[in-house]
Design a protein around this ligand. Sequence first.
Ligand code: AMP
Length: 295
Amino acid sequence: MKSTTEIAVVKSIAEMRDWQKHIKAQAAGEQKPAIGFVPTMGALHEGHLSLIRRAVKECRHVVVSIFVNPMQFGPQEDFDKYPRPFEKDLELCRQAGAEVIFHPSAQEFYKNGRDSSTKVIPPEELTNRLCGLSRSGHFTGVATVVLKLFSAVLPDKAYFGEKDYQQLCVIKRMVDDLNLPVAVEPVPTIREADGLAMSSRNVYLTADERRRAPELYRTLCTVREEVTAGRASLSDALKMGRERLSRIPEFSLQYLEACDAESLEVLKEAKQPMVILIAAKLGNVRLIDNLVVRS
Ligand code: AMP
């Protein structure tokens, strides 16, 4: 295990398991959960750090994984150019209080090749909508890698951002369906001052696109306000939101929908809790965001 100051980088599954066995043996009788886990693809920002800080507050030891998972990228997507500032990420994790960075190679993780590997296929009722429509196989890649990460790290609690709301639903469902002994903890979305949801992909935006990007969040807020103030039905508010974005030529809207916050069933009429979700391309950059509406 290669150590930097107060943080360790673990590259193999066997070493990761040895560490967690040792930690769990020490933790017997402790009140706090032993291992909190934050899976990421790196290029860390305040959104990731809020997950890590929550984990540090709630758990005795925190593992952050940094793994750009080839299985969740489509052939035309940005796997090769995805940012990988590893040393900077390591320092941010150290400052946030993480103890171990799990950083396997793709070879270590997909020994039999990613295509012939056993996969976890989440139920269609969660994946045949929203991001699943334009990202075929994406949630299979996500569920598979998260299960593999869980079985290497064996965490007590795992932290996921509401920013990737459909992903969060897929993970919760996998944990439930497969009886995994992990508590999934959702963490609210962290935004820039102008409302843009933080994302590792925001660095791809040109200056002009960056100025326009908060329009996604503004559209979500307008839909929520129209509906909760009773000024418009849900379908009219969504229609207005779609029209508003279609008037900005730089945006190519993929979806703007409202869904049941648990089942992700697409709603025709407002109910609570519900989640309003949006995805659009701005130039070449695909952005997603959502707002949970709770009473
Ligand atoms: P990623 O590195 O994009 O795979 O994200 C790793 C984790 O960080 C996922 O659980 C994301 O939902 C979460 N995350 C990403 N962006 C944000 C954000 N702006 N606020 C809160 N959580 C986030």
